[in-house]
Design a protein around this ligand. Structure first.
Ligand code: LLP
Length: 414
């Protein structure tokens, strides 16, 4: 389905013109399509239909309550990395029994809260964490469900900042130590070892690395079984890429088919943690051209969104398509840099892009539903953008634009 398409020369989100959203809520504003989010979640659900499975949407990709609420209503689980994300899931109506908790630095209070609400499982990344979870569980008189996140040492062939499954990365327990860590874990009375998992990186555009990683994890499952340790679930992580430009990431069904074939009959349940693949192409960032600046060297289109709103171009040199919302005037296409008002040369949304853009135009930065708002900041004392979710012909403001007053609340002078 096409969540964002032109109708009568105006870019729409489902049935709503983006010009109307900008008029009502201002810019910069993130706009999400409920139908697109649901369609992608269902693609995973159907792809894995032949196996007992649980989709744990990676909250970090987009943690807006409306996004989480839409997914919770579909019956989704959630992959969280902080107590803040846990509280978001609970507030949105998510089932704590379908939450997995990943991350290399879990604090005691976070572990305690997760135990208190009864999450599905902790994905453990190192032995001291295992011991800390055991300790907290003992004090609470509980038994904590744990899975080990192993590091399979597989190259995800993605941007180095978001590759996580190689031995030089901080994530997971080295595969060759996993057996002894499992044996240790099974001796700790306040732990219940339920699973094994891996997550090798994000924005993967090939299935090969997933296949290699799952094969390595399965080898461990077999070795553990031979030693009498039964593993109930395998968590295959997230990481399936989306198309930003001309990438050709595997289709969800192809990815699901490959993994299902490998896992059929091997474990009781497969868990997965897709983030970007569900929300990435379900959102855009709507921004307005404040000025056009021509210099002898370059043409700069200065917009009201900046690196604080969408940091992916600055941080990963990510490419996002930029579309003009109203395709009416006959202004010429010109090569330009689309930049924000932040005082850094790294503050760009696009470089050397041939587009039409004149002062006052609305532009849509595409594929911004994942790691857009969730990575935004207040740099340069810029309030964070508004967020709108479109559902058919309706647009709902799901997060009001931050105010400068909110930015200053909590601070004092001496
Ligand atoms: N599970 C774990 C343990 C993760 O660390 C991540 C992402 C996911 C699942 C979800 O991965 P996804 O399906 O979204 O690829 N800020 C970067 C991406 C960072 C990904 C971090 N971990 C970006 O904008 O490209």
């Amino acid at each position: 389905m096409q969540a964002f398409a032109y109708r009568d020369g105006v870019l729409h989100a489902e049935g709503v013109a983006l010009t109307g959203i900008a008029g009502r809520h201002g810019t910069p504003t993130y706009v999400y399509s409920r139908a697109a989010i649901e369609a992608r979640w269902r693609a995973f659900d159907q792809g894995f239909a032949c196996l007992p499975h649980l989709i744990c949407y990676a909250v970090k990709a987009n943690s807006n309550l409306a996004v989480l609420g839409v997914l919770a209503r579909l019956g989704s689980g959630f992959d969280i990395v902080s107590v803040g994300e846990l509280e978001r899931v609970l507030r949105a109506g998510g089932d704590p029994g379908k939450v997995v908790f990943a991350g290399v630095g879990k604090r005691e209070d976070e572990i305690a809260r997760a135990l208190e609400v009864g999450i599905r499982c902790f994905n453990v990344e190192l032995v001291p964490e295992l011991e800390r979870i055991h300790d907290v569980a003992r004090r609470m008189g509980a038994r904590a469900p744990v899975a080990l996140r192993v590091n399979p040492d597989v190259d995800a062939r993605t941007h180095p900042y978001i590759a996580t499954g190689m031995k030089q990365n901080k994530f997971g327990i080295p595969a060759d130590e996993a057996l002894s860590v499992y044996e240790y874990a099974t001796r700790l009375p306040h732990l219940k070892v339920t699973g094994i998992g891996c997550h090798i990186g994000s924005q993967l555009t090939e299935v090969g690395p997933f296949d290699d990683a799952v094969a390595k994890v399965l080898d461990l499952v077999h070795l553990l079984r031979a030693r009498g340790v039964e593993i109930e679930h395998i968590d295959i992580g997230g990481g399936l890429g989306i198309q930003y430009r001309d990438e050709e990431p595997p289709a969800v069904h192809a990815y699901a088919e490959l993994i299902s074939r490998r896992l059929a009959g091997q474990v009781k349940e497969v868990l997965m943690e897709p983030g970007r693949a569900i929300v990435g192409n379900a959102g855009i960032l709507l921004t307005r051209v404040e000025y056009v600046k021509e210099t002898p060297a370059k043409r700069f289109v200065i917009v009201d969104a900046a690196m604080n709103d969408l940091i992916r171009p600055a941080l990963y040199e990510a490419w996002h398509e930029i579309l003009r919302v109203r395709r009416d005037s006959d202004a010429p296409v010109a090569e330009c840099d689309v930049v924000g008002p932040v005082c850094e040369t790294g503050d760009f949304l696009a470089r050397n892009r041939a587009i039409v853009a004149v002062q006052g135009d609305l532009l849509a930065v595409m594929s911004a539903g994942a790691y857009g708002f969730s990575m935004s900041s207040n740099y340069n004392a810029r309030p964070r953008a508004a967020e709108v979710m479109v559902d058919g012909a309706q647009a709902y403001l799901v997060r009001a634009r931050e105010t400068v007053g909110q930015l200053l609340a909590g601070e004092t002078t001496l």
